[in-house]
Ligand binder design. Structure first.
Ligand SMILES: Cc1cc2nc3c(=O)[nH]c(=O)nc-3n(C[C@H](O)[C@H](O)[C@H](O)COP(=O)(O)OP(=O)(O)OC[C@H]3O[C@@H](n4cnc5c(N)ncnc54)[C@H](O)[C@@H]3O)c2cc1C
Length: 458
């Protein structure tokens, strides 16, 4: 295996043509903890061809290769610019939510009415089972913790919102959630000092995300998929229905291509994905191992996945290895990614929530680019019926569990199998563009300032 190129923290999907070639992983605790990556097929080193090419070896590319091989006998070739799971897949919180995109269930009702919301909810429950069966497969070995999901209100106003959401889940969707008061959260789950109460959902699984990706990769290769790392697609032309994907070591020709590049999608990759999601940076820190006294002082009683209700939310959990993992939104551009203020923001949040950890060492700090869809809903589609090009993206920061289901459905689309509920909003249209595309980042900057004010006052 070639020696990796040094990790470049300033990569920016809106500025750089591709995310690199054979670059090392971002400095995450998951990488340290997961051990050596599984074997792969190394960089493409000659012109070659394949029935199906998948671009990107994150959860989506890897699990789609697995489903294609397992369910349809199709041995795909996966082209990955850097390493297995190099993108968001190795940098996330490992929180497997029952979340299809970023809209709340009450927003689904507002947007599409209660019948579609019920169908989407049923679809998400069915899809979550796909993730659960993969995460709990001993051969995949990703340390699943199946406890549910806690949404912590950071203010009284936010708690009222959670109460409404809980009522809607229970009454309109038949999804039995509970509202917990502050004392219950602190005495039974976690001693978050900012907590005003919480919404407890029964569904939610925490995983070690890079181990999950490594498990997908091993299983896909065992069934005949090939995973070529260090093989960025740098140019893509199509002649007579054959796609020519140029990588530094050779061109791969294929009749069918699945795009699984998420927030790392260059606008130059293909017209069908150009500017169809907004790359937004989120970060994560991991503390050193905590002492038993620190754990008691912070009231860490569960390894459940947790998010708070801020607009610029924090997501966090206490890991079985006795560390806290926590992250939030980060820089707007790649150039600003290493600005110390982003780490400071997370460390200040740790101190507010868990005063006993003020000043704690945080040996791992990393960031990644999420694929935020302009309408906050993900898509699994063939965007143009005349082209054998498919994609699953727009997960909007909730891809750990959704990617398993999305991959199963992407594999079905690629294999030519009809989708049962193709009128649901995740299948029925391509990702929308944005009318103010050239100034999206200006808007994002203004929105972050507004959110900071909102988060402080209510
Ligand atoms: C800090 C952070 C925390 C998060 N926490 C959570 C969480 O707790 N729960 C949750 O559900 N979601 C979370 N997410 C989101 C989640 O990680 C993603 O939705 C998910 O990993 C997306 O997987 P993917 O395979 O679609 O894309 P990625 O994992 O991003 O993979 C895309 C891959 O495509 C490759 N690529 C791009 N262009 C090319 C090219 N031209 N040629 C070849 N390869 C290419 C990249 O190198 C990359 O490896 C988080 C994200 C971040 C950044």
């Amino acid at each position: 295996m070639p020696t990796p190129q040094p990790y470049y923290p300033h990569y920016d999907p809106l500025r750089d043509a591709s995310p690199g070639t054979g670059m090392d992983y971002a400095p995450t605790y998951w990488r340290y903890h997961a051990g050596e990556p599984p074997e792969d097929d190394g960089p493409i080193n000659t012109d070659t061809q394949a029935d199906v090419v998948l671009i990107g070896a994150g959860f989506t590319g890897l699990a789609t290769a697995l489903f294609l091989a397992r369910e349809y006998g199709i041995k795909a070739v996966v082209l990955e610019a850097n390493q297995i799971g190099w993108g968001c897949t190795s940098r996330n919180g490992g929180q497997g939510h029952l979340a299809w995109g970023r809209l709340s269930r009450s927003q689904w009702v507002k947007k599409w009415g209660v019948d579609t919301a019920r169908r989407l909810h049923a679809n998400s429950l069915e899809g979550f089972e796909v993730f659960k069966s993969m995460a709990e497969d001993p051969e995949i070995d990703c340390e699943p913790q199946n406890h549910g999901n806690l949404l912590i209100a950071h203010s009284e106003h936010a708690l009222k919102g959670l109460q409404g959401e809980s009522r809607l889940c229970n009454e309109a969707l038949g999804y039995k959630t509970r509202i917990l008061d502050r004392e219950t959260v602190l005495s039974e789950y976690i001693g978050d000092q900012e907590c005003h109460g919480a919404l407890l959902e029964p569904v939610g699984i925490a995983v070690q995300p890079l181990k999950l990706a490594y498990g997908y990769a091993r299983a896909a290769r065992r069934l005949g998929a090939r995973i070529h790392t260090g093989s960025p697609v740098q140019a893509w032309t199509t002649e007579g229905g054959v796609h020519h994907l140029r990588t530094p070591g050779g061109t791969v020709r294929a009749r069918v291509v699945g795009i699984a590049t998420a927030g790392y999608t260059s606008p130059n990759l293909h017209k069908l994905t150009a500017y169809r999601n907004m790359p937004i940076m989120a970060n994560s820190v991991w503390t050193r191992t905590l002492s038993d006294d620190e754990i008691a002082a912070c009231g860490f009683r569960s390894t459940m996945i947790i998010t708070d209700t801020r607009k610029l939310r924090h997501y966090y959990r206490f890991l079985p290895e006795k560390r806290l993992q926590i992250g939030t939104r980060s820089a707007i551009s790649g150039a600003d990614a290493q600005n110390p203020k982003h780490l400071r923001t997370v460390r200040e949040a740790i101190a507010r929530k868990f005063p006993a950890l003020e000043g704690i060492e945080t040996p791992w700090f990393s960031h990644g680019w999420m694929d935020i869809s302009h309408d906050m809903m993900p898509r699994i589609v063939q965007p143009d019926s005349k082209q054998q090009v498919f994609y699953a993206q727009g997960y909007s920061g909730n891809g750990v569990s959704f990617s398993a289901y999305a991959s199963k459905k992407l594999a079905a689309l690629i294999a030519g199998e009809p989708i049962a509920e193709s009128d649901l909003p995740i299948f029925s249209s391509p990702l929308p563009g944005h009318p103010l595309r050239p100034i999206r980042r200006l808007g994002q900057r203004a929105l972050y300032k507004y959110f900071q004010v909102l988060d402080a006052v209510r």
